[in-house]
Design a protein. Structure first.
Length: 493
């Protein structure tokens, strides 16, 4: 006896069993359905079944499977297509979602501990305030995440994870391995990255306002053309190869940073750098207007064309640094060493330099109008063997040791020089119009064009230097002037 049961009445026994099973599952909740297929031995069949249900739900409602508050602890959801699903407050402790498609999913406060998302796709997901603890996101894609603000990643592996253009404000990353992770274009305002491993991570074009990075490994990390004020990098374990090139980071703070960095065309006005070793740093064309540098080593650094207007440099080392064509109007440099540094064409109008060592420094063609270069005692301002050929020292004030220095063709009108040493200095071609020299040692100096009027008092060696190849007029002027000074002096000045 036969019985008609419908259009599928001619199916085989196996097909009928499958149809019955799927019909049963279609009547169950989405959570039961996913749990059922997570236990299936045939992964391809399970993936296909979940995919069909997901697409049907999207077609019917516009969103994916409803999995809120479901328990998936320890379940294997690997490779499941769960696009646009809702996993709010779902329990995912120890769950496997490797290579799963969770793009455009909602994950509000899910339970995430020891969950695995290796190679998973979470693009455009909504992940507000998630707390991922000891999870694996290696090779996962979280591109353009709609909202992951206030989220926590603690002890997670995020190797090669993509966060391109993601909204990550207020993020807390603690003790994570984010090697080669990509945060290009991401919004990270107010985020904190602490004790994490980020070699070769990329923050290109990222927004970094009020971001704090502490005790992190940042070797070969790139912040190329990133933006944001008050980025703070404190006590990193490594910054060798760190790239800040073209970044706009006002009020940047670097504390106890040691390593070679590349920061060409960095814009960091009002930066605060202290207790750091940035030897051989590439800072060409960097804008460090009104920056504060305290106990920083920039030995052999490239600062060609850098802007240091109003900057404060104290107790720093710039030995061998190249500041050619740099701008430092009203710069203040105190108790620092700049031996053999290059200041060729340096523009330092009204610069203040005190108790510094510039032995063998090259200040040729430097613009130092109304600058002050002094030491207390004067010899603590060392310009011995320095080259100031062709520089502009008009109205400058100097109290320094300048033994064997080269001031050939230097502009020194109205200069004031007190208690300085110009022993064996080359002063050929200078014209000290209305200049003032008090207790300056000219012994062995080469003078060719001294022309009165100038003021000179107690300057040993000046009279004999003027008697060399000079016309008689300056020598006679000095003799008469010195006689006049002696007759009117009462006691020592």
């Amino acid at each position: 006896m036969s019985q008609t049961i419908g259009a599928d009445s001619e199916c085989t026994a196996n097909e009928g069993a499958e149809h019955w099973s799927e019909s049963k599952n279609n009547l169950s909740s989405d959570g039961e359905f996913v749990r059922y297929w997570s236990r299936a031995s045939d992964r391809l069949r399970a993936v296909a079944a979940v995919g069909r249900r997901t697409e049907e739900a999207i077609r019917r409602t516009g969103i994916g499977l409803q999995l809120s508050s479901e328990n998936f602890n320890g379940h294997d959801l690997s490779e499941f297509p769960l696009r646009r699903c809702t996993l709010n407050r779902a329990q995912l402790y120890g769950a496997k979602l490797d290579r799963a498609d969770l793009s455009e999913a909602n994950l509000i406060c899910p339970g995430l501990e020891r969950a695995s998302f290796r190679g998973a796709k979470l693009d455009f997901a909504y992940m507000h305030a998630i707390a991922a603890q000891v999870c694996n996101f290696d090779d996962a894609s979280l591109r353009s995440v709609i909202d992951a603000t206030g989220s926590l990643f603690h002890g997670c592996s995020m190797k090669r994870t993509r966060f391109d253009n993601a909204m990550l404000s207020g993020l807390l990353v603690y003790q994570c391995d984010a090697s080669d992770a990509v945060f290009d274009g991401a919004e990270l305002q107010g985020s904190t990255i602490n004790e994490s491993f980020l070699p070769s991570a990329s923050f290109r074009f990222a927004k970094l306002s009020q971001v704090t990075i502490t005790k992190a490994h940042l070797a070969a990390c790139s912040f190329f053309q990133s933006k944001g004020d008050c980025l703070s990098i404190v006590r990193p374990t490594s910054v060798d190869g760190l790239v800040l090139e073209g970044a706009h980071l006002p009020y940047l703070r670097l504390s106890k940073v040691s390593g070679r960095i590349t920061a060409r065309a960095l814009s960091a006005p009002f930066a605060d750098v202290h207790l750091s070793n940035l030897s051989s740093a590439e800072l060409e064309q960097a804008d460090l207007t009104e920056a504060r540098l305290l106990s920083v080593s920039l030995s052999d650094a490239n600062l060609v064309g850098a802007v240091l207007n109003g900057a404060s440099i104290h107790s720093c080392q710039l030995d061998g640094a190249d500041l050619s064509r740099a701008s430092g109007e009203s710069i203040s440099i105190t108790e620092s060493t700049m031996r053999a540094a290059k200041f060729t064409g340096f523009r330092g109008r009204c610069a203040f330099v005190r108790d510094c060592d510039l032995e063998h420094a090259d200040l040729s063609q430097a613009y130092l109008y109304r600058s002050m270069m002094t030491g207390d005692p004067p010899q603590s301002m060392a310009l011995d063997h320095a080259n100031l050929e062709g520089s502009n020292l008009v109205q400058a004030y100097l109290a320094a040791g300048m033994t064997d220095s080269n001031l050939e063709a230097t502009r020194v009108a109205y200069i004031r020089m007190n208690q300085s040493s110009l022993r064996d200095a080359n002063l050929s071609g200078i014209s000290p119009f209305q200049a003032s020299f008090v207790k300056v040692d000219f012994s062995g100096a080469k003078i060719t064009t001294f022309e009165p009027p100038f003021f000179a008092d107690r300057c040993p060696g000046l009279q004999s230097a003027l008697k060399g190849d000079q016309p008689r007029e300056p020598s006679s002027y000095l003799a008469e002037f010195s006689s006049l000074i002696r007759s009117g002096r009462e006691g020592s000045t």
